[in-house]
Design a protein around this ligand. Structure first.
Ligand SMILES: Nc1ncnc2c1ncn2[C@@H]1O[C@H](COP(=O)(O)OP(=O)(O)OP(=O)(O)O)[C@@H](O)[C@H]1O
Length: 256
């Protein structure tokens, strides 16, 4: 069974079909990238998966259960974490608190009892939560920054902090929206290794990214969107050589 499955997923905004009858699976343990030109529908796809939008047509299932149409916090609680295209940190809070906020988002859900069966760990005491937050920071090599204010971190570290916060939810699947955007080549290389390490801990990774060197160096598989339509799917070398992908995207100034 695929970890995540999109069946014929469509969303329309008025007359615009932003995502058009997309079938796609994310398999447990893989790193899958979604690429395509600006406005192709990539972020919209993430917004559909995380419940910000409900599809106009089609269904999304996660671990065999339908999640399309469910509320965002339910989907997060089910095990899908994400980061956003634009950094969304609490700038004046400490690095550690930013991660704890992620953990608490899920923890507070526990109060309703709804999470008890999926995440018994949220019953831990505060101290244990802080320990877990430090562990998440360790995964992105930021534990030494735990007590600094988020705003004082360099850009590349802020992006990594967002990943740590998403990891605090103990997700099975993490969605990273343009994680390498704005990073210098050295920061990108560090990030690439970190994403590989995160996958090695058992977290499945689905990312949107424009940097083709990053995508080609990291992905097990790549899916390509163009005008909301999935035009290709395959291994990096297949995608790189696909004439339709070159025509729609790679030949038009994508970084590769
Ligand atoms: N809430 C909305 N209302 C109306 N149109 C929207 C909405 N959200 C997205 N769109 C439109 O859907 C299309 C897909 O946008 P989306 O942001 O998903 O593209 P993208 O592939 O992520 O682009 P980029 O690479 O620039 O981030 C665009 O034409 C966008 O204007």
């Amino acid at each position: 069974m695929s970890l995540l499955k999109l069946d014929n997923v469509t969303i329309r905004f008025g007359g615009l079909v932003a995502v058009d009858s997309v079938n796609l699976t994310v398999e447990k343990g893989e790193i899958l990238s979604l690429i395509g030109p600006n406005g192709a529908g990539k972020s919209t796809m993430f917004n559909l998966i995380t419940g910000i939008y409900a599809p106009t047509e089609g269904t999304i299932t996660f671990k065999g259960e339908r999640i399309s149409g469910a509320k965002t916090h339910r989907i997060a609680a089910a095990g899908i974490g994400r980061t956003f295209q634009n950094i969304r940190l609490f700038a004046e809070q400490s690095v550690l608190d930013n991660v704890l906020i992620g953990a608490h988002t899920r923890g507070s859900w526990n109060l309703t009892g709804a999470l008890m069966k999926v995440a018994p760990w949220v019953r831990k005491e505060e101290g244990e939560l802080a320990e877990w937050a430090i562990e998440c920071l360790n995964q992105v090599d930021l534990a030494h920054r735990a007590y600094e204010m988020a705003v004082n971190l360099p850009y590349g570290e802020q992006r990594r902090l967002e990943i740590a916060r998403a990891l605090a939810l103990k997700p099975d699947l993490i969605l990273l929206d343009e994680p390498a955007a704005g990073m210098n080549p050295q920061e990108k290389q560090v990030l690439l290794e970190m994403v590989k390490k995160i996958r090695a801990t058992g977290v499945t990774v689905f990312l949107v990214e424009h940097d083709m060197k990053f995508v080609m160096g990291l992905s097990d598989r790549i899916a390509v969107l163009d005008y909301g339509v999935k035009i290709a799917e395959g291994k990096p070398e297949e995608i790189r050589a696909n004439p339709q992908v070159i025509e729609a995207y790679l030949g038009k100034g994508a970084t590769h």
